[in-house]
Design a binder for this molecule. Structure first.
Ligand code: ADP
Ligand code: ADP
Length: 228
């Protein structure tokens, strides 16, 4: 079964049709790149799939082995926030990490928001940091980390709750090409290679090349790559 199965998604902003009836299946163990021109609907699609935004119509069915199946489109904002916390991870170009916290506190934050006690949360966060090659950097603040290190902290944070799907929006957008390659392989090894699903919105051809499948959007439609 797909981890996420979206059908007939539409979303308009006044006269602007951002999504015009999009269907997409995202399977466990695959990495999918979403590409398309600026304004083609990539962010809107990502936000509907991730339960950040409610579509005007259509379904976004999540199959979470731990929590069962549900349609995100039928939930209110508070319920979607709870699903995001327990089933999804997020990596953005920048801005998701809190500069006043240490690296390990940033990684532990989703667990602590989910009610895990501080010491246990930080121990699990430190294990994820080690898996991403960040041992020794636990007590650093963001300003004391390179761009690539900051993105690996963001990946550790996205992973720490063991999400079913990780959503990444231009994760390599602020990085040079060799650092981009490192960040993509960290993303792939911590998600796809562990049987989870990775969805990446990007303009970067390197991202498309390293993913298993590319979904192309144009004017709110999937023009290529929607099914497996
Ligand atoms: P992309 O991520 O591919 O650049 P978006 O999903 O951001 O595309 O936008 C799709 C279309 O919807 C664009 O025409 C954009 O201007 C419009 N749009 C997106 N968000 C809003 C909003 N909050 N209000 C009005 N129009 C929006
Ligand atoms: P833009 O649409 O300008 O490109 P981004 O793609 O970086 O901005 O995403 C910002 C959006 O993601 C915001 O709408 C915000 O509500 C949402 N968002 C940010 N962090 C989280 C999170 N941890 N969980 C869910 N949604 C988030």
């Amino acid at each position: 079964r797909p981890a996420l199965d979206a059908r007939g998604l539409t979303k308009t902003y006044g006269p602007t049709v951002a999504l015009a009836g999009v269907g997409i299946e995202l399977w466990p163990g695959e990495a999918v790149a979403v590409m398309g021109a600026s304004g083609s609907g990539k962010s809107t699609l990502l936000h509907c799939l991730a339960g950040v935004l409610a579509p005007d119509s259509g379904a976004v069915v999540l199959h979470d082995p731990r929590h069962g199946s549900l349609d995100l489109a039928g939930l209110d904002a508070e319920e979607r926030a709870a699903v995001r916390l327990r089933s999804f991870g997020f990596v953005f170009q920048q801005g998701l990490l809190l500069p006043e916290l240490t690296a390990v506190e940033n990684v532990a934050l989703p667990l602590m928001l989910g009610g895990v006690e501080r010491r246990a949360a930080q121990a699990r966060a430190a294990r994820w940091m080690a898996a991403l090659g960040l041992t020794g950097l636990e007590e650093r603040r963001l300003g004391q980390l390179s761009g690539g290190q900051q993105q690996r902290v963001a990946i550790a944070r996205a992973q720490v709750s063991d999400p079913v799907v990780v959503f990444a929006d231009e994760p390599t957008g602020a990085l040079d090409s060799s650092t981009s390659g490192e960040v993509m392989s960290a993303l792939l090894s911590s998600t796809r290679d562990r049987g989870r699903t990775l969805v990446v919105v990007s303009h970067d051809p390197l991202v498309a090349d390293t993913c298993d499948r590319v979904v192309h959007l144009a004017d709110g439609f999937v023009v290529r790559g929607g099914g497996r």
